[in-house]
Ligand binder design. Structure first.
Ligand SMILES: Cc1cc2nc3c(=O)[nH]c(=O)nc-3n(C[C@H](O)[C@H](O)[C@H](O)COP(=O)(O)OP(=O)(O)OC[C@H]3O[C@@H](n4cnc5c(N)ncnc54)[C@H](O)[C@@H]3O)c2cc1C
Length: 673
């Protein structure tokens, strides 16, 4: 296995050495491995002792402290330095051959839970670096709960296909990514499952995968007395469940309840480290509303093909809820040439037009909410509402700063806005009180008449059973009870931020695969992070459907910042992953082509509405190339201002950069036209 190189250009990561009063000066210490030529220089405080440097070396490089000795050359003599002495500026080190960090070697394979996007991405990472692993999933097919238990056969990705690819990996570059002529800008459920299948086959992950197998419990087996802590292990108790969970929405707690006490089909595997990717959409909320029995039309849930959309042609209905699934359901009924559909929601939720999803996902630095809200305005004209006036928006008088907080994930799409323009979609604020025959009574007192369909999209809980099998009391960052050899992560189910990092999961999947592994390979970094107490903690909150691994979005953001800023290698990797967002998007999904495709879809729906008797002139697509490049210019300016504030650029350098950028977008825009 490759050894990670100690980066000599940086300060030692969060050294535990008590190196004196902060006001003292730093000095540079250069270490040279005895018998080798490699040198390592790093700053320490003036009064740092020999022992502090020995301890730091042992921890950071994963070496045995008792074998490390420091020497100083005095003329032609070598003087062994004693622990209490102040460390000199030039030191020879005995007991270390080179300054490469040692990857921890464990006795057992690693285990992945979940064969959804995140779990498969982790498996791919471990396969690429030669780490032995076993992946368990209770479903018989890969693709996860998202694509094997929730999506409809008509479902499509809402964000861009460019950033929903398993082998999205900055170290492989853009060549590995599927271009838009092979994998659509908005791939369907089957496209996605086909892509997952191809990647798993290409990288030969199948021999590592144990499908139809539910993880029932994790027993922590401490290391034997006196043994190194790498000998600590996890006994993974698993149960063969056959086809029971394929094509179902499910959660570990349901499976635990159903199979409790069963011994037939039970097995055990030993693991040294584990990564859990159980998903955020584990249990759909189900509720029977008063009057469903007398409604007389179709009442069902808007996922997993539970609803027959073909029956909506020419008929009216309601969709309960206004998150990403409501958007998906509106698109589907419109494709079936439905009549009018009403969205019933406590509040109007902000939805993201496609061009804005593209913009956010290609941005190196998360764009500010104020920029996003301003960019929503052209599309929201069709909706007849000012995006700044939404309950979820907090802003100042001149709307120069803003934050957005919503209890749903972003619903992305243009068709919803077009549907409102054509009078085919209406959002009704309130809750469904009861159904009557072909009618819906809303808590506001409004009665919606002449409806034939009720589609329920009521939200999802995360998987409380994951806390149970891990025996988790609280999460410390992504670690159950602060155990840095178990990593639990999922996407977010809500929005709360003043900057937005992305709507597509692949960059995050790559980050998780790399970050989780880092602490398994370099456990000392995990220990130091815990000692520094900078990771946010979280407990399960059943009242909002959140297991302990599901942080509130703002807290989740602080956890990511803590990981990224505390370990230099991880921060560097994150920076290159962020930069790859732009490179990959522009290579696979360039703005001109993406805009063209958005327009094509827009006018396709306009023609559909015309066929259904609306003779109005087609409304223009609200975004243009000039508009797009103007937004991109704002992104560059935002980046420049951020760098000036952070001291990475002087004012003069910033002006130079602006100067060199002038004309860049105009030229591209001109060429595209
Ligand atoms: C219709 C639809 C559209 C979407 N559109 C987008 C989009 O446009 N962009 C985007 O980024 N995301 C989108 N998503 C979100 C999607 O959920 C995520 O992108 C991603 O697929 C989640 O993957 P995951 O691996 O985290 O979880 P999941 O897909 O939920 O997989 C978790 C897996 O873990 C397994 N598991 C859990 N517990 C156990 C256990 N104890 N033992 C064994 N196995 C277990 C489950 O069986 C499951 O297979 C969409 C989702 C849906 C349903």
């Amino acid at each position: 296995m490759a050894l990670a190189k100690f980066d000599v250009s940086k300060k030692v990561p969060i050294s535990r050495a008590k190196i004196g009063d902060e006001s003292q000066r730093w000095k540079n210490v250069t270490l040279k491995a005895m018998g080798g030529s490699e040198e390592l220089s790093f700053p320490v405080m003036q009064a740092s002792t020999v022992n502090e440097v020995r301890v730091m070396l042992a921890e950071v490089l994963g070496e045995d402290l008792s074998k490390i000795e420091l020497y100083e050359k005095k003329g032609c003599q070598m003087k062994r330095l004693r622990n209490h002495e102040e460390v000199p500026t030039k030191v020879l080190v005995k007991g270390i051959k080179n300054f490469a960090r040692k990857v921890e070697i464990y006795p057992h394979p690693f285990v992945v839970l979940g064969a959804g996007h995140l779990g498969l991405r982790q498996a791919l990472h471990w396969q690429k670096i030669g780490q032995d692993f076993i992946l368990f999933d209770r479903k018989s097919k890969i693709g996860g709960n998202a694509w094997n238990g929730i999506a409809n056969k008509t479902s499509k990705l809402q964000s861009e296909g460019a950033h929903y690819q398993l082998d999205y990996d900055v170290s492989d570059g853009v060549e590995r990514l599927l271009p838009f002529n092979k994998y659509s800008f908005w791939p369907s459920r089957d496209d996605i499952l086909g892509h997952f299948h191809d990647v798993v086959t290409e990288y030969n992950l199948w021999p590592h995968m144990v499908m139809s197998t539910q993880i029932m419990d994790i027993e922590i087996i401490p290391e034997p007395k006196g043994a190194h802590e790498r000998m600590k292990a996890y006994k993974v108790k698993h149960l063969h469940v056959g086809d029971r969970f394929q094509g179902q929405q499910d959660a570990t707690q349901n499976a635990l309840a159903e199979f409790s006490g069963q011994t037939l089909g039970m097995g055990e595997a030993m693991a040294s480290c584990m990564a859990f990717y159980p998903g955020a959409l584990a249990s759909p909320h189900r509720k029977t509303f008063p009057g469903e029995d007398i409604f007389g039309g179709q009442v069902g849930y808007g996922f997993n093909d539970e609803f027959d959309y073909t029956k909506t042609t020419g008929q009216n209905g309601i969709v309960i809820g206004m998150g990403a699934f409501a958007v998906e359901n509106i698109r589907t009924v419109m494709e079936n040439n439905s009549g009018k559909f009403y969205i019933i929601a406590r509040h109007h939720n902000l939805l993201l037009p496609r061009m804005l999803s593209w913009y956010v996902n290609q941005s190196r630095m998360p764009p500010p909410a104020a920029v996003i809200l301003r960019a929503m305005e052209p599309m929201y004209k069709y909706y007849g509402k000012d995006p700044w006036s939404y309950h979820s928006v907090m802003t100042n008088a001149d709307r120069s700063v803003a934050s957005i907080k919503q209890y749903t994930r972003w619903g992305i799409g243009d068709i919803y806005f077009l549907g409102v323009f054509y009078g085919k979609v209406e959002t009704v604020e309130g809750q469904l009180k009861r159904l009557k025959r072909r009618m819906a009574v809303i808590t506001s007192g409004r009665v919606i008449k002449d409806i034939d369909h009720v589609i329920k999209t009521l939200g999802f809980d995360s998987d409380f059973g994951i806390d149970k099998i891990n025996h988790t009391k609280k999460h410390v960052g992504y670690w159950p009870d602060g155990d840095y050899r178990r990593w639990v992560a999922s996407d977010q189910s809500a929005i709360d931020a003043s900057r937005f990092g992305g709507t597509a999961i692949s960059p995050y999947a790559a980050l998780c695969a790399y970050w989780g592994t880092h602490f398994m390979h370099y456990p000392e970094d995990g220990k130091r992070l815990l000692e520094a107490k900078i990771l946010a903690e979280n407990v399960a909150k059943p009242e909002v459907g959140a297991a302990a691994y599901m942080f509130e979005p703002r807290v989740a953001a602080t956890v990511q910042v803590a990981y990224g800023s505390s370990v230099p290698e991880m921060g560097d990797w994150q920076a290159s992953n962020d930069a790859f967002k732009k490179t990959s998007m522009w290579a696979v999904c360039p703005p001109e082509r993406f805009l063209e495709e958005c327009e094509k879809d827009w006018f396709h729906y306009c023609r559909k509405f015309k066929e259904f008797g609306d003779d109005r002139e087609f409304p223009p697509y609200p975004y243009t190339l000039d508009w797009t490049f103007d937004l991109l210019r704002q992104e560059e300016e935002d980046g420049i201002q951020f760098a000036v504030k952070g001291g990475q650029l002087t004012k003069e350098q910033a002006d130079e950069l602006r100067e060199s950028n002038i004309g860049k977008f105009e030229q591209r825009c001109g060429e595209a036209k």
